[in-house]
Design a protein around this ligand. Structure first.
Ligand code: PLP
Length: 457
């Protein structure tokens, strides 16, 4: 960090005024998006194709005209530096040439037949090399991959429950939409609608970085699998403390519980995610989003031992109704997109470009924070970085307590109005080899100016 002056705070009155100015500016800048947003309300729930798209800053979501590399252009003709990258879905860059060619070629040769295409084995080999797991399966989303892993794990272990981290996010998987309440009970996370059953029936949540809690949760003898991100990324980046992940593996093995690692976001740590980087030894591994270069695909890998047990215990005659499925999963389109992405992207050479950009972004934000005397913090994992309005949290509950919706909304909107897009959830930026140092410095300048507009004088 740079020179720290006396700790100061955000002036809430200045923040409210500045936000109102930015809201007006957003509307002035985006008349065409406004027209689309207004007509979209006729037949789209809340005017958007997916419920969470209402989370974007501004009075209505921007409507995108086109995207390329690390940039996109909206229907008002404004270009943005994209640090969101489709919340990792476009981490390999928008409109990648190799994916466009592979998808286009496959579209002329048939997109789906329910039979394997020749690309499937190549894709599985690539994933096996990256993550060190022997056998692979494919589906349409990381949510599905997690769901299938939980199902297989319960089937193999003949145990009903799963364990996840407090404030985790693994997609819209019922068993994982949980948090711990003030009394330490596992309950539905705030905002989760229509849970199938009381989640304490299916799940025990434990705080991140708390091995004693994990040990106690597994001691009941009813847990099939522990599903974790190796670093939390969905309540901001929360890094594992020294020895935590080794401890998780030791405790799970001691209790005869399978370990599933979800690398969907933590692939930001390198070509084989945190699993390769930190030498982790999961029984299952889930990876979605980025591996299709924007085409909806996901994969889950498993150890040889787990694969043999599944093969020995699932019948051929009723495998189609096992609860693990998806008619378009593993399609020729999915395989072509994944092969093109994995063979051209997410390489060590590309991380060697993206990671220093994320370091530069982190330094820029930390220096601006220090220059304004704020006691905020910046966290980084590989090419992903994030700032906090607090000291670094050590678990999900601390991270959730540090969220400041007003501040977040203002900072996102300020950046958006100056051509910089962050993820809509918390304060995260993802760097890619398509970004430049000028892109990163632009964020630093915009961020510094935003702080100047709201800190107490
Ligand atoms: C770690 C992790 N796993 C799984 C998912 C679910 O991905 P999808 O929404 O593409 O199914 C997400 C989504 O943000 C995620 O962050």
């Amino acid at each position: 960090m740079g020179q720290t002056v006396a700790v100061t705070t955000v002036d809430r009155a200045r923040l409210a005024d500045a936000r109102a100015v930015e809201e007006r500016r957003f509307v002035e800048l985006h008349p065409r998006s406004a027209e689309f947003a207004s007509s979209a309300r006729t037949h789209l729930l809340a005017g958007v194709p997916m419920p969470w798209m209402v989370r974007w800053p501004g009075s209505y979501p921007l409507v995108v005209d086109r995207a390329h590399g690390a940039r996109f252009v909206d229907v008002d003709g404004i270009e943005y530096v994209d640090f969101c990258l489709g919340d990792t879905g476009a981490m390999t860059g928008h409109a990648s040439e190799s994916v466009a060619e592979a998808v286009s070629a496959q579209s002329r040769r048939g997109l789906t037949t329910m039979l394997p295409s020749a690309d499937a084995g190549e894709v599985a080999s690539n994933l096996a090399r990256r993550f060190g797991l022997a056998k692979w399966q494919f589906c349409l989303s990381a949510t599905d991959a997690n769901r299938f892993v939980l199902r297989f794990a319960r089937h193999l272990q003949r145990r009903p429950r799963v364990v996840v981290h407090d404030w985790c996010y693994h997609g819209t998987v019922d068993e994982t939409l949980v948090v711990l309440d003030a009394k330490g009970r596992t309950v539905s996370r705030p905002g989760a609608v229509g849970p199938q059953v009381d989640p304490s029936v299916t799940t025990r949540a434990v705080p991140f970085n708390d091995l004693a809690a994990l040990d106690a949760a597994l001691a009941h003898g009813d847990v099939a699998v522990v599903l974790i991100e190796p670093a939390l990324t969905n309540i901001g980046i929360v890094l594992p403390e020294d020895g935590y992940l080794d401890g998780v593996r030791e405790v799970t093995r001691r209790h005869g519980v399978l370990l599933a690692i979800d690398e969907t976001h933590t692939i930001c740590a390198g070509p084989g995610g945190c699993t390769a980087k930190w030498g982790l030894e999961p029984d299952f591994l889930v990876i979605g989003k980025t591996i299709g270069g924007g085409v909806p695909v996901a994969a889950y890998g498993m150890s040889d031992d787990v694969a043999s047990r599944i093969e020995a215990s699932t019948g051929a005659d009723d495998i189609d109704v096992s609860g693990v499925g998806g008619t378009l999963s593993g399609s020729a389109l999915a395989m072509a997109a994944m092969r093109a992405t994995l063979e051209s992207s997410l390489t060590a050479e590309q991380f060697a470009v993206a990671e220093p950009l994320a370091e530069r972004w982190t330094r820029g934000v930390a220096d601006a924070v220090a220059a304004h005397g704020l006691d905020w913090h910046v966290q980084r994992l590989g090419c992903r970085a994030e700032y906090w309005f607090s000291a670094p949290p050590r678990n999900g509950a601390q991270a959730a307590a540090a969220v400041d919706h007003d501040l977040e909304a203002f900072l996102h909107l300020w950046a958006l109005n100056r051509g910089v897009l962050l993820t809509p959830f918390h304060n995260m930026a993802l760097m890619s080899p398509m970004h430049s140092t000028a892109d990163v410095d632009r964020h630093t300048d915009v961020f510094g100016a935003a702080l100047a507009a709201i800190v107490a004088r």
